[in-house]
Design a protein around this ligand. Structure first.
Ligand code: ATP
Length: 317
């Protein structure tokens, strides 16, 4: 394992027992994240993001494969790994009996800081996260955005090498989300390696140096957002949802600008590098075939179209 890697995963698999047979949550996932990188796992609900974080952070035992943090084997050395990582789960895991500052101080004490050092570290983090005036507040008095900031601050008390964030801005209002983005960018500028999961395209695109697009427990593509767009998503995707029969697909395929056509379940989808006029041509073809158009959309090249191109389905489902 290279000394420069913060996170390394090789062939990770996880299956959970389920009533209808095993659920293959992660199916052979490999990735390498160098120190200092801001890395994103981007995928829809159920793609396997949380399970992957669980395996990388000692919380979920892999069914197969290998995970490493800063050269340490996660399965063989979980205690040492725990000292090198900070983890922010989706749900609130703060101690509601304690004040905000106490939540941070107690974490410092747990990691071996003396009382005074723990208090100083807590105050430094409160300042860094814009929470100095909330130190004495109880957890239940915080807004959603403040809560997340405290959780991230607490995960950083012991100065971990790698920070894991599972959908950190899910459920936050746009202003709190932007504030958190600023904080995360600042952490990375100070050298923090960060892995986050998200199903928020803009978040992935704004924050992450590289992304792994995952679905059904597999990495479909891994690169910078720009490289992903340039390599596989450089097509506009035009979708028409219809009823009352089927399109004449030969006619759709014959449209000059259609690079690729997919049709299923009352939808026809055209991928085109130059999509000028494709939507109106499709609507005209629908009218000619006596179909009722229920919905029509056109998505410009983006991570969304990368996902569509890779999986054939909409991202937010
Ligand atoms: N403890 C568990 N027992 C059984 N099945 C599970 C368990 N945890 C996750 N799964 C299943 O594994 C699959 C992947 O789930 P996971 O939570 O890793 O996905 P995710 O991408 O993080 O989704 P979300 O965005 O909803 O958190 C899903 O089908 C989920 O239902």
């Amino acid at each position: 394992m290279s000394g420069n890697l913060a996170i390394h995963a090789d062939g990770l698999r996880k299956s959970y027992p389920g009533p209808g047979g095993a659920v293959e949550a992660v199916r052979g996932l490999s990735l390498s994240v160098p120190k200092g990188e801001f890395f994103g796992l981007l995928g829809p609900n159920g793609a396997g993001k949380s399970t992957t974080i669980g395996m990388l952070t000692t919380m979920v035992r892999p069914s197969a494969g290998h995970a490493g943090i800063c050269g340490l084997d996660v399965a063989a050395d979980p205690v040492a790994v725990k000292r090198r990582i900070g983890v922010v789960a989706q749900d609130n895991t703060l101690d509601i009996e304690l004040t905000v500052a106490e939540n941070l101080e107690f974490r410092g004490r747990y990691f071996g800081l003396g009382r005074r050092a723990a208090r100083a570290r807590a105050q430094d983090l409160l300042a860094l996260f814009g929470l100095t005036d909330r130190g004495r507040a109880r957890v239940f008095e915080l807004s959603g955005g403040q809560l997340k900031r405290v959780m991230i601050a607490r995960a950083l008390v012991h100065r971990p090498d790698v920070l894991f964030l599972d959908e950190p801005t899910a459920g936050l209002d746009p202003q709190s989300r932007l504030h958190l983005w600023d904080i995360l960018r600042g952490l990375q500028a100070d050298g923090q390696t960060i892995l986050l999961t998200t199903h928020h395209m803009e978040e992935a695109e704004t924050l992450c140096d590289r992304l792994a697009v995952i679905d059904h427990g597999r990495v479909l593509a891994c690169d910078s957002a720009k490289a992903l767009r340039d390599s596989i998503g450089a097509e506009t995707v035009v979708t028409v949802v219809h009823e009352g029969g089927d399109f004449d697909l030969a006619a759709v395929r014959a449209m000059a600008r259609a690079d690729r056509v997919e049709a299923a379940d009352g939808q026809v989808r055209v991928f085109a590098k130059d999509a000028d006029g494709v939507l109106s041509d499709l609507v005209a073809l629908a009218a000619k075939a006596g179909l009722t158009v229920l919905d029509a959309s056109q998505i410009s090249p983006s991570l969304e179209t990368v996902f569509l191109t890779l999986t054939g389905r909409e991202f937010r489902e």
